[in-house]
Design a protein around this ligand. Sequence first.
Ligand code: PLP
Length: 662
Amino acid sequence: MIRDRLLRICENLWWCWDVQATELFACLHPERWEEVQHNPLMLLEELDDSTLERLHARCPGALEAVERKFDAYLAETNTWASREMAAFTGSVCYFSMEFALHESLPIYSGGLGVLAGDHLKSASDLGLPLVGVGLLYREGYFKQVIANNRQVPAWPTTPLEHTPLKKLDVFVDVPHGHHTYKAQVWELKVGRIRLYLLDSDVEGNRPEHRNLSMQLYGGDAATRIQQEVLLGIGGVRALRALKIEPTVIHMNEGHAAFAVIERWREELQAGYATAAAFERVRRTCVFTTHTPVDAGHDRFNWDLKHEALEGLREDMGLPEGAFMDLGRVQRGNVNEPLCMTVLALRGSRAANGVARLHGEVSRKMWKNLYPSLKEDEVPIGSVTNGVHAPSWMSAAMQHLLDEASPGWRDGVMPSLKAVSDERLWQMRCSLRLKLVAWANRQLGRDWLDPDALTIGFARRFAPYKRGNLLFTDPDRLAAILTHKPVQILFAGKAHPRDAAGQGILRDVLEWTRDERFRGRVIFLPDYDMALGRRLTQGVDVWLNTPRRPREASGTSGMKVPLNLGINCSILDGWWPEAFDGTNGWAIGDGVERPTPEEQDAADVESLYLLLEQQIVPEFYARDDGQVPHAWVSRMRRSLETCAHQFHTNRMVAEYTRKYYLG
Ligand SMILES: *Cc1c(COP(=O)(O)O)cnc(C)c1O
């Protein structure tokens, strides 16, 4: 039956990064496909068998082609990892608090989750023996509704029956104080990879424990530490219950650092002495740190730690303060809280930041942990982030590259040499049109112009990202937007407990209603993966204005070149590695000024000048055929210099060589 054959495809998230598979679902029922938010299980549930048969007949051969591709993908044995990691046994176990795989599974908040999701997809494509470990959240991260220029968070429950998650008959005990509670394990197929999610919403558990599986980054510090115990300690126990050998534990962010403690318990139980046991743990763990912003590192005070883990410490026969000290820069300093990053650094054989600049900043930030070493000897390296290109490149661009640059999917650097300026410009205009038409439908107005230079800015509204920097001189900005038609699309959430971030968001919302900007500066609510894809596929320019050097890497900008968009960014995060003068624009000079005020003033002046003198004129410099050739060569450079280097395939290969096999 058609239904069963389609169900088999959507039980594995592979479909969501295969153009033919997504086009198959869209082809069945284009309108409903949009309305069910690209969730094939929901689509199939709505259609009865005879309708399905009829719709299927409209897409001849499509299902068969997808089935052949899917089966071939799963059966392939000659993968990159089969050649590079032939001697590796066991598994790389990748722990993360969030995973962004598809919008229908909202267990992510933003960049960290997108990175983790893309890591799994590339690991699958490369054939790595890797499993993901995370938490299942019934409500996930909040959905953003805008009312009266304010963000109102909503926490709808995800219908798990409409996800490809499978509940396993696998339970683990998770410590809390002197007691334990149960967590159940769910399985998700991500191509050739498995992601295991822990769920504490289990019958028989106390409400406070069941609640841990509700919201991502939702509760207070007491909730957070328990979620991190569930991830770190519960995660290692889940691997054991599943009989998976964690040859390498990769802690994506300090959230997962309690995995070190559980591994230590195991080695002590196996009979190793305290220090030897810890050394054995270190040999199996690697750690990636994700932010140079101090407040971004979780810290827990003694009371919280005591409440969460005291029973476990006693069971392990360790002296009081043993766990706390592992998470303190200065052991024995009772005024220091337990920092998850410090715990992860102490418990790992290797660590890294997520861009070259972030590696440098991290070595400076944590040098006190290594008093005998010079700053450049601090053992924190860097692996620059990437994005999973097939997940973020529009279908039209994938078809164009398949034709113009075959081999791009298998690691050959993509080239646009064979494609004319006219064709590339046409592609750019049709991608912009698609976004503009969609946004106008959402807005219920014809505000946006499909031919106007379209700039995108989508970020978490954290103060250092300076979401309102552009409005420093509103009249000057208004002149820029009206001299020639320019429109700006904003999106982004502010964490419900980040008052400063909410203030900046409110500011931007108010500017969208200012008469100078109405209809030209637009805010699109509820930034998620689907909106992220639409924006990064449609815009001409992606704007990024963090206060250097606070942006660890950023990945949204890496999605833009894949769709012939161009970055205009502060030289922060990944951009100093990518920018070469021909493939985008750099705001400012990469010099850090003494005060934030001076920094902001210098950066915004540089941004205005770029817009006035370079970006807008270049976009509108047209030949007789209406093609802006200088702009198109910048589009070419953008894709050709970024698509290969900032791909998670390169990133996962680098992790494998430098960290997993090291
Ligand atoms: C890509 C993406 C991000 C990452 O954005 P940065 O601001 O570049 O770190 C965050 N959220 C969503 C929804 C994304 O798609």
